[in-house]
Design a protein around this ligand. Structure first.
Ligand code: XLS
Ligand code: MG
Length: 346
């Protein structure tokens, strides 16, 4: 039997969010980066994931030299704390230049802004000793079909990714699909789309994907199947575990909170494919509930990690022989019940 994976864990500064939603202001005061780093260490996490402007705030108003200087300073703080930078992602959905999309904006100047900003993101990654760049393509899509040419947008996406691959020969790009929100529909809604686009680029080996559980659920898919599919191509380079109660706004609930069985199957899929053995991290892209008090601010992360670890034990103690006998007898009724009782601990 291959050795069991010893998982390593990650979250991002945005996962300690302050509780604002479209209907109300923050419910918790902002905290410093130092405070977040200390929380991460104390809770036994190994790595932090970043947006470019988590590392260099107000990035659009800073020179390249200033950006690298600040990124190196953060790199030093991480090193001193013994924390790895797992990924850096360009925040391509905030600026006035990305109102109509970033790489797929109808305005050439805006498309160029998005590419230039993503190149700076790669430079920031380098300063943090991190070559994995995540693209959550938030605004690459449309509100109404007639506003954009989806065929052209595919070309724009490939051109942009090619420009990033050429900018740094060591950079690897992981596309994080999501089917909707903020757009009506996005151009890269699933892992199948992400891997198909990877194949059109100049260096497909350096383009993979990141699965977020909630995003797969929003696409009407089971994240466990997305994991198996991506890992069949050797392309799952990071994962954002969380949960989602049905087809509504992106909830980023604690892992397993809405559907323990869906969470269990994601863990089984990670286990059977050996996720983590090449150094991949388990990241939780979860948010505290708006009701969360300051003194409970880390609970959604600590609890997600705990649920994950318990489900790893559940996956390892699942009686495969018993399951295989039921499968051979096409007795999926009792297989179904066995899974429920295993999860209920009876
Ligand atoms: C938002 C995304 C974001 C990415 C990184 O829904 O999940 O948090 O993971 O840009
Ligand atoms: Mg995510």
């Amino acid at each position: 039997m291959p050795a069991a994976t010893a998982y390593r864990y990650c979250f991002g500064p945005w996962n300690l969010s302050e509780g604002q939603d479209p209907y109300g202001p923050p419910t918790r005061p902002p905290q410093t980066f130092g405070w977040k780093l200390q929380q991460l260490k104390e809770a036994g996490f190994d790595a932090m994931m970043f947006h470019d402007d988590d590392v260099v705030p107000d990035i659009d108003n800073k020179s390249e030299i200033q950006i690298i200087k600040e990124a190196r300073e953060t790199g030093k703080r991480l090193k001193d704390a013994g924390v790895v930078a797992e990924i850096v992602a360009p925040r391509l959905w905030f600026s006035p230049m990305t109102i109509d999309g970033a790489y797929t904006s109808n305005d050439k100047k805006c498309r160029q802004y998005a590419i230039d900003r993503s190149k700076r993101c790669i430079d920031i990654g380098k300063a943090l000793n991190c070559n994995l760049i995540v693209l959550w393509l938030a605004r690459e899509g449309s509100y109404i079909r007639e506003s954009k040419n989806a065929r052209k947008c595919l070309d724009y996406l490939v051109e942009a990714i090619d420009a990033l691959l050429a900018h740094d020969k060591k950079a690897r790009i992981a596309i994080e699909p999501k089917p909707n929100e903020p757009m009506d529909l996005a151009y890269i809604p699933t892992i199948g789309h992400a891997l198909a686009v990877a194949n059109l680029t100049s260096d497909p080996k350096r383009v993979g994907c990141l699965i977020e559980s909630a995003h797969a659920i929003l696409a009407g898919l089971d994240p466990a199947d997305e994991i198996d599919f991506a890992m069949g191509f050797g392309k799952l380079w990071s994962i954002h575990l969380n949960d989602q109660n049905g087809l509504k706004f992106d909830q980023d609930k604690p892992f397993g909170s809405a559907n323990l069985r869906v969470a269990f199957n994601q863990v089984r899929a990670l286990e059977r494919n050996g996720y983590g053995k090449k150094g991949e991290y388990v990241a939780f892209d979860v948010h505290p509930f708006r009701t969360t008090k300051v003194e409970h601010w880390m609970r959604h992360l600590v609890n997600s990690k705990r649920t994950f670890e318990i489900l790893v034990e559940k996956a390892r103690s699942f009686d495969e022989a018993k399951a295989q006998a039921l499968i051979a007898d096409r007795n999926y009724q009792d297989l179904d019940q066995y899974v429920l009782e295993h999860l209920m601990g009876v």
